[in-house]
Write a protein that binds this ligand. Structure first.
Ligand code: NAP
Length: 247
Protein backbone atom coordinates (compact mmCIF):
# COMPACT_ATOMS: atom_id res chain seq x y z
CA UNK A 1 0.00 0.00 0.00
CA UNK A 2 1.34 3.41 -0.98
CA UNK A 3 0.72 5.88 1.84
CA UNK A 4 1.16 9.65 1.81
CA UNK A 5 1.85 11.45 5.10
CA UNK A 6 1.45 15.21 5.13
CA UNK A 7 4.00 16.43 7.64
CA UNK A 8 5.49 19.43 9.33
CA UNK A 9 5.10 18.11 12.89
CA UNK A 10 7.02 15.84 15.27
CA UNK A 11 4.11 13.40 15.13
CA UNK A 12 4.49 13.10 11.35
CA UNK A 13 8.18 12.18 11.70
CA UNK A 14 7.36 9.56 14.35
CA UNK A 15 4.45 8.21 12.31
CA UNK A 16 6.54 7.97 9.15
CA UNK A 17 9.16 5.92 10.93
CA UNK A 18 6.62 3.52 12.44
CA UNK A 19 4.56 3.10 9.29
CA UNK A 20 7.64 2.44 7.18
CA UNK A 21 8.31 -0.61 9.32
CA UNK A 22 4.97 -2.20 8.41
CA UNK A 23 5.01 -4.95 5.82
CA UNK A 24 3.30 -4.11 2.53
CA UNK A 25 3.60 -0.35 3.05
CA UNK A 26 5.54 2.21 1.05
CA UNK A 27 5.59 5.65 2.66
CA UNK A 28 5.82 9.07 1.02
CA UNK A 29 6.15 12.23 3.09
CA UNK A 30 5.25 15.75 2.01
CA UNK A 31 6.52 18.96 3.63
CA UNK A 32 5.62 22.56 2.81
CA UNK A 33 9.24 23.69 2.95
CA UNK A 34 8.75 26.41 5.55
CA UNK A 35 11.73 25.52 7.77
CA UNK A 36 15.29 25.50 6.41
CA UNK A 37 16.39 22.34 8.22
CA UNK A 38 13.24 20.36 8.86
CA UNK A 39 13.33 17.29 11.09
CA UNK A 40 13.28 14.72 8.40
CA UNK A 41 13.27 10.93 8.29
CA UNK A 42 14.98 8.70 5.74
CA UNK A 43 11.72 8.24 3.89
CA UNK A 44 10.81 9.42 0.39
CA UNK A 45 10.21 13.10 1.00
CA UNK A 46 8.95 15.76 -1.36
CA UNK A 47 9.09 19.44 -0.40
CA UNK A 48 6.86 22.32 -1.53
CA UNK A 49 3.21 23.03 -2.26
CA UNK A 50 1.22 20.92 -4.74
CA UNK A 51 -0.40 23.90 -6.41
CA UNK A 52 -3.83 23.73 -4.79
CA UNK A 53 -6.44 20.97 -4.72
CA UNK A 54 -6.00 20.12 -8.41
CA UNK A 55 -2.24 19.74 -8.05
CA UNK A 56 -2.67 17.52 -5.03
CA UNK A 57 -5.25 15.40 -6.86
CA UNK A 58 -2.77 14.94 -9.75
CA UNK A 59 -0.03 13.95 -7.32
CA UNK A 60 -2.26 11.37 -5.59
CA UNK A 61 -3.20 9.86 -8.93
CA UNK A 62 0.27 9.90 -10.50
CA UNK A 63 1.88 8.41 -7.40
CA UNK A 64 -0.94 5.86 -7.06
CA UNK A 65 -1.41 6.77 -3.42
CA UNK A 66 -3.87 4.45 -1.67
CA UNK A 67 -4.16 6.11 1.77
CA UNK A 68 -3.49 9.62 3.07
CA UNK A 69 -2.68 10.66 6.61
CA UNK A 70 -2.83 14.37 7.35
CA UNK A 71 -0.38 14.87 10.22
CA UNK A 72 0.07 18.61 9.66
CA UNK A 73 -0.03 21.23 12.42
CA UNK A 74 -3.49 22.02 13.86
CA UNK A 75 -3.16 25.59 12.49
CA UNK A 76 -2.31 24.49 8.94
CA UNK A 77 -5.97 24.77 7.94
CA UNK A 78 -5.57 25.28 4.20
CA UNK A 79 -3.59 22.16 3.44
CA UNK A 80 -5.90 20.10 5.68
CA UNK A 81 -8.92 21.29 3.73
CA UNK A 82 -7.16 20.59 0.42
CA UNK A 83 -6.18 17.07 1.50
CA UNK A 84 -9.69 16.26 2.70
CA UNK A 85 -11.23 17.40 -0.60
CA UNK A 86 -8.62 15.81 -2.89
CA UNK A 87 -8.74 12.48 -1.04
CA UNK A 88 -12.53 12.43 -1.27
CA UNK A 89 -12.45 13.26 -4.98
CA UNK A 90 -9.93 10.47 -5.60
CA UNK A 91 -11.82 8.02 -3.33
CA UNK A 92 -8.74 7.49 -1.17
CA UNK A 93 -9.11 6.67 2.56
CA UNK A 94 -8.11 9.73 4.58
CA UNK A 95 -7.18 10.14 8.24
CA UNK A 96 -6.42 13.25 10.26
CA UNK A 97 -3.91 12.92 13.07
CA UNK A 98 -4.38 15.95 15.29
CA UNK A 99 -2.94 16.32 18.75
CA UNK A 100 -5.41 17.41 21.45
CA UNK A 101 -5.65 21.12 22.25
CA UNK A 102 -4.38 22.41 25.60
CA UNK A 103 -7.13 22.71 28.20
CA UNK A 104 -7.22 25.60 30.61
CA UNK A 105 -6.00 24.53 34.09
CA UNK A 106 -6.71 26.12 37.49
CA UNK A 107 -4.44 29.15 37.79
CA UNK A 108 -4.29 29.79 34.04
CA UNK A 109 -5.21 33.31 32.98
CA UNK A 110 -6.19 32.91 29.33
CA UNK A 111 -7.87 35.39 27.05
CA UNK A 112 -9.14 33.15 24.24
CA UNK A 113 -9.47 34.71 20.79
CA UNK A 114 -10.60 33.45 17.39
CA UNK A 115 -7.68 34.69 15.28
CA UNK A 116 -4.21 36.24 15.24
CA UNK A 117 -5.83 39.54 14.15
CA UNK A 118 -8.08 39.49 17.22
CA UNK A 119 -5.04 38.76 19.41
CA UNK A 120 -3.34 41.90 18.02
CA UNK A 121 -6.48 43.97 18.61
CA UNK A 122 -6.77 42.96 22.27
CA UNK A 123 -3.05 43.29 22.89
CA UNK A 124 -3.10 46.90 21.69
CA UNK A 125 -5.13 47.79 24.79
CA UNK A 126 -3.32 45.76 27.43
CA UNK A 127 0.28 44.70 26.65
CA UNK A 128 3.62 46.47 27.02
CA UNK A 129 6.25 43.73 26.90
CA UNK A 130 4.94 40.70 25.05
CA UNK A 131 6.28 37.21 24.34
CA UNK A 132 5.02 36.48 20.81
CA UNK A 133 5.23 32.74 20.12
CA UNK A 134 3.25 32.16 16.97
CA UNK A 135 6.07 31.24 14.60
CA UNK A 136 7.33 33.69 11.97
CA UNK A 137 4.63 33.71 9.30
CA UNK A 138 2.10 36.04 10.93
CA UNK A 139 4.23 38.36 13.10
CA UNK A 140 3.68 41.35 10.81
CA UNK A 141 0.08 41.47 12.10
CA UNK A 142 1.61 42.96 15.28
CA UNK A 143 3.94 45.44 13.56
CA UNK A 144 1.47 48.34 13.90
CA UNK A 145 1.57 48.08 17.71
CA UNK A 146 4.48 50.47 18.06
CA UNK A 147 4.14 51.06 21.80
CA UNK A 148 4.65 47.37 22.56
CA UNK A 149 8.05 45.66 22.81
CA UNK A 150 7.99 42.07 21.53
CA UNK A 151 10.14 39.06 22.31
CA UNK A 152 9.58 36.82 19.26
CA UNK A 153 10.63 33.17 19.19
CA UNK A 154 10.75 31.21 15.95
CA UNK A 155 12.80 28.49 14.24
CA UNK A 156 14.01 30.48 11.21
CA UNK A 157 14.20 34.28 10.75
CA UNK A 158 11.30 36.12 9.08
CA UNK A 159 11.53 36.28 5.30
CA UNK A 160 9.38 39.29 4.56
CA UNK A 161 6.80 41.68 5.90
CA UNK A 162 7.11 44.24 8.63
CA UNK A 163 8.74 43.08 11.84
CA UNK A 164 7.33 44.29 15.18
CA UNK A 165 9.61 46.29 17.49
CA UNK A 166 11.64 44.05 19.79
CA UNK A 167 13.99 41.08 19.79
CA UNK A 168 13.94 37.83 17.84
CA UNK A 169 15.15 34.55 19.35
CA UNK A 170 15.82 31.71 16.91
CA UNK A 171 15.24 28.41 18.66
CA UNK A 172 13.52 25.08 18.19
CA UNK A 173 11.59 23.21 20.92
CA UNK A 174 11.14 21.32 23.08
CA UNK A 175 11.40 24.05 25.70
CA UNK A 176 11.32 23.37 29.45
CA UNK A 177 9.03 25.43 31.65
CA UNK A 178 11.94 26.43 33.88
CA UNK A 179 13.79 27.90 30.90
CA UNK A 180 10.68 29.66 29.68
CA UNK A 181 10.05 31.05 33.19
CA UNK A 182 13.59 32.52 33.17
CA UNK A 183 12.98 34.00 29.72
CA UNK A 184 9.75 35.65 30.88
CA UNK A 185 11.41 37.04 34.00
CA UNK A 186 14.58 38.25 32.27
CA UNK A 187 12.58 40.16 29.67
CA UNK A 188 9.97 41.43 32.13
CA UNK A 189 7.14 39.99 30.01
CA UNK A 190 3.56 41.03 30.89
CA UNK A 191 1.60 39.10 28.20
CA UNK A 192 2.10 36.04 26.02
CA UNK A 193 0.51 35.40 22.64
CA UNK A 194 0.26 31.73 21.73
CA UNK A 195 -1.62 29.48 19.35
CA UNK A 196 -3.38 26.58 21.06
CA UNK A 197 -1.01 24.14 19.38
CA UNK A 198 -1.29 21.37 21.98
CA UNK A 199 1.48 18.86 22.72
CA UNK A 200 4.35 18.97 25.19
CA UNK A 201 7.14 20.61 23.18
CA UNK A 202 5.91 24.20 23.60
CA UNK A 203 3.73 23.79 26.70
CA UNK A 204 6.53 25.10 28.98
CA UNK A 205 5.56 28.74 28.38
CA UNK A 206 1.97 27.98 29.46
CA UNK A 207 3.15 26.43 32.74
CA UNK A 208 5.59 29.30 33.29
CA UNK A 209 2.79 31.83 32.65
CA UNK A 210 0.62 30.05 35.23
CA UNK A 211 3.44 30.12 37.79
CA UNK A 212 4.10 33.82 37.22
CA UNK A 213 0.42 34.77 36.78
CA UNK A 214 1.04 36.21 33.32
CA UNK A 215 -2.01 36.43 31.01
CA UNK A 216 -1.91 34.36 27.83
CA UNK A 217 -3.78 35.52 24.76
CA UNK A 218 -4.62 32.10 23.38
CA UNK A 219 -5.60 31.80 19.73
CA UNK A 220 -8.21 29.07 19.27
CA UNK A 221 -7.75 26.46 16.57
CA UNK A 222 -9.36 26.63 13.16
CA UNK A 223 -11.97 23.93 12.50
CA UNK A 224 -10.78 20.49 11.38
CA UNK A 225 -12.33 19.14 8.13
CA UNK A 226 -14.87 16.34 8.48
CA UNK A 227 -13.05 13.01 8.36
CA UNK A 228 -11.87 10.16 10.54
CA UNK A 229 -9.74 11.72 13.25
CA UNK A 230 -7.27 10.33 15.78
CA UNK A 231 -5.20 12.02 18.48
CA UNK A 232 -2.14 9.80 18.73
CA UNK A 233 0.51 8.33 16.45
CA UNK A 234 -0.35 4.83 17.74
CA UNK A 235 -4.00 5.21 16.72
CA UNK A 236 -2.94 6.36 13.26
CA UNK A 237 -0.77 3.26 12.85
CA UNK A 238 -3.71 1.08 13.94
CA UNK A 239 -5.99 2.78 11.41
CA UNK A 240 -3.54 1.86 8.68
CA UNK A 241 -3.15 -1.73 9.91
CA UNK A 242 -6.97 -2.08 9.81
CA UNK A 243 -7.03 -0.67 6.32
CA UNK A 244 -4.39 -3.12 5.10
CA UNK A 245 -6.24 -6.05 6.68
CA UNK A 246 -9.40 -5.09 4.77
CA UNK A 247 -7.70 -5.32 1.38
P1 NAP B 1 -1.39 26.10 5.27
O1 NAP B 1 -1.67 27.55 5.43
O2 NAP B 1 -2.43 25.15 5.67
O3 NAP B 1 -0.97 25.76 3.79
C1 NAP B 1 -0.61 26.74 2.82
C2 NAP B 1 -0.09 26.04 1.60
O4 NAP B 1 1.20 25.48 1.87
C3 NAP B 1 -0.94 24.86 1.16
O5 NAP B 1 -2.04 25.27 0.40
C4 NAP B 1 0.07 24.04 0.38
O6 NAP B 1 0.36 24.65 -0.87
C5 NAP B 1 1.33 24.22 1.19
N1 NAP B 1 1.51 23.17 2.22
C6 NAP B 1 1.23 23.20 3.53
N2 NAP B 1 1.59 22.07 4.14
C7 NAP B 1 2.11 21.27 3.18
C8 NAP B 1 2.69 19.98 3.18
N3 NAP B 1 2.81 19.25 4.33
N4 NAP B 1 3.13 19.48 1.99
C9 NAP B 1 3.03 20.20 0.84
N5 NAP B 1 2.49 21.44 0.78
C10 NAP B 1 2.06 21.97 1.94
O7 NAP B 1 -0.04 25.72 6.07
P2 NAP B 1 0.89 26.61 7.01
O8 NAP B 1 0.12 27.01 8.21
O9 NAP B 1 1.58 27.62 6.18
O10 NAP B 1 1.93 25.50 7.47
C11 NAP B 1 2.90 25.00 6.58
C12 NAP B 1 3.51 23.74 7.15
O11 NAP B 1 4.13 24.06 8.38
C13 NAP B 1 2.48 22.66 7.40
O12 NAP B 1 2.94 21.47 6.76
C14 NAP B 1 2.43 22.53 8.90
O13 NAP B 1 2.34 21.18 9.32
C15 NAP B 1 3.73 23.18 9.39
N6 NAP B 1 3.54 23.95 10.61
C16 NAP B 1 2.62 24.95 10.66
C17 NAP B 1 2.46 25.67 11.83
C18 NAP B 1 1.43 26.76 11.94
O14 NAP B 1 1.33 27.35 13.02
N7 NAP B 1 0.66 27.05 10.91
C19 NAP B 1 3.24 25.36 12.94
C20 NAP B 1 4.19 24.33 12.86
C21 NAP B 1 4.33 23.64 11.68
P3 NAP B 1 -0.39 24.22 -2.21
O15 NAP B 1 -1.77 24.78 -2.12
O16 NAP B 1 0.47 24.80 -3.28
O17 NAP B 1 -0.41 22.71 -2.24
Amino acid sequence: MRVLILGGTTEAVELGELVSQLDQVEVFVSLAGRTKNPKISNLNTRIGGFGGIGGLRNYLQQMQIEAVIDATHPFAAQISTHVAIAAQQCHIPHLILVRPAWEKQPGDNWIEVESIEQAAEILGNVGQRVFLTIGRQEISTFAGLEKIWFLMRMIDPPTGGEIPRGEIILDRGPFTWERDRDLLLTHDIDHIVSKNSGGDATYGKIIAARELNIPVIMVKRPPVPESVQVATVGSAVNWLIDLISQR
